[in-house]
Design a protein around this ligand. Structure first.
Ligand code: SF4
Length: 346
């Protein structure tokens, strides 16, 4: 499966072909990716036929679209059955891809469909990069109405906790930045607070953006929603986030999923404002996309706007994030529940 291989291994794939084929294949895989091996027009038929079976490390099991064709969600299936969800969101000037770093997740956040499913396995670096290459190929060859034909941003906000799969995510970042030529500024790694992972990321050479999925601003509430908080409480998380900010000089963001009657109170807003100001972070508020197995419901739009106003009045920069693909269950972890791969389905 060439796509699981590092670019350095492409010589093995082209076999007896002349060495310039390595460069050609490298370009097709990493620079101007295409959806099908037959589109690799300067490669000989034999090599294209060989690649037809092995170009992608997964099959497209489900593809859904919404928002008038500007949101696309794929459920990819690896040969061992692992499910990989990827969402592409197109806008007038940008196209953002939300990628998965693990099949499932062990961290069991109460409001998250992926967390409810449990952990399947880590994704390989090639499987992470392949999601990016696939979306790039899709934008170039098929496209979305009114959306640029190139991928402008990648966010690690799909299934899994990226910093719990550190080595493979690191290798994926290396390939995306150093091989595919993406800017580190176009990439955001999101974490619920794996403190050692944040510290390691701070030592890596690439100044990617860091998003902290906070969701609660005191340890008691946070530990009940995000169990890893018991291991890395807010104070430790703040320390690591600040260290990252100081080392990289990249503005931090705090992600806050709005849950009705849970974390949308004035008290939480005040505590959140204090943290955001200490970290000089931007806050993104996101309506909860309810999952079949969780009790939490989203705060109303009015209430989210009110919560945002409270934060602003306390001097915090805040954005209410656009929720995409509601009608296609775009919250990660939900597609495979639809595909019958749910905890209930066993
Ligand atoms: S919110 Fe993220 S870290 Fe928590 S269970 Fe879901 S995927 Fe895992």
């Amino acid at each position: 499966m060439p796509y699981l291989h590092a670019p350095e291994d492409l010589g093995e794939v082209v076999g007896e072909e002349p060495s310039y084929r390595v460069d050609q294949l490298h370009d097709w895989l990493y620079r101007t990716p295409v959806l099908h091996a037959e589109d690799m027009t300067n490669l000989p038929g034999r090599l294209r036929a060989q690649l037809a079976e092995t170009l992608w490390p997964f099959k497209v099991e489900m593809e859904q679209e919404s928002d008038r064709g500007t949101t696309k969600k794929w459920l990819f299936r690896a040969p061992d059955g692992a499910a990989i969800e990827t969402v592409l969101m197109g806008y007038r000037r940008r196209a953002t891809l939300c990628i998965s770093s693990q099949a499932g997740c062990a961290l069991a956040c109460t409001f998250c469909a992926t967390g409810q499913f449990g952990f399947e396995r880590h994704l390989e670096a090639g499987e992470i990069v392949a999601q990016v290459a696939y979306a790039r190929a899709f934008l170039r060859q098929i496209g979305m109405p009114g959306v640029p034909d190139r991928l402008t941003n990648v966010v690690f906000m799909g299934m899994g906790e990226p910093l719990a799969n550190y080595a493979r995510v690191r290798e994926a970042l290396r390939r995306m930045i150093e091989v595919m030529g993406m800017s580190a500024r176009s990439i955001t790694v999101s974490t619920v607070g794996v403190v050692p992972g944040i510290n390691r990321l701070a030592e890596d050479p690439w100044p990617v953006y860091l998003a902290i999925s906070l969701h609660a601003a005191d340890d008691e509430l946070r530990s009940s929603l995000v169990p890893i908080n018991r291991r890395y409480p807010i104070e430790k998380l703040e320390e690591a986030a600040w260290n990252y900010f100081e080392k990289k000089g990249r503005r931090l963001s705090i992600e806050w999923t709005m849950m009705d009657g849970v974390n949308d109170t004035d008290d939480q807003a005040r505590k959140l404002a204090a943290i955001a100001k200490r970290l000089r972070a931007h806050v993104n508020l996101i309506a909860l996309n309810p999952t079949p197995l969780s009790e939490e419901r989203s705060s109303s739009r009015l209430h989210i706007a009110e919560f945002a106003r409270v934060l602003e009045s306390l001097g915090v920069n805040v954005t209410i994030r656009d929720t995409r693909g509601k009608d296609i269950d775009a919250a990660c972890g939900q597609l495979r529940i639809m595909a019958g791969n749910s905890p209930e389905a066993g």
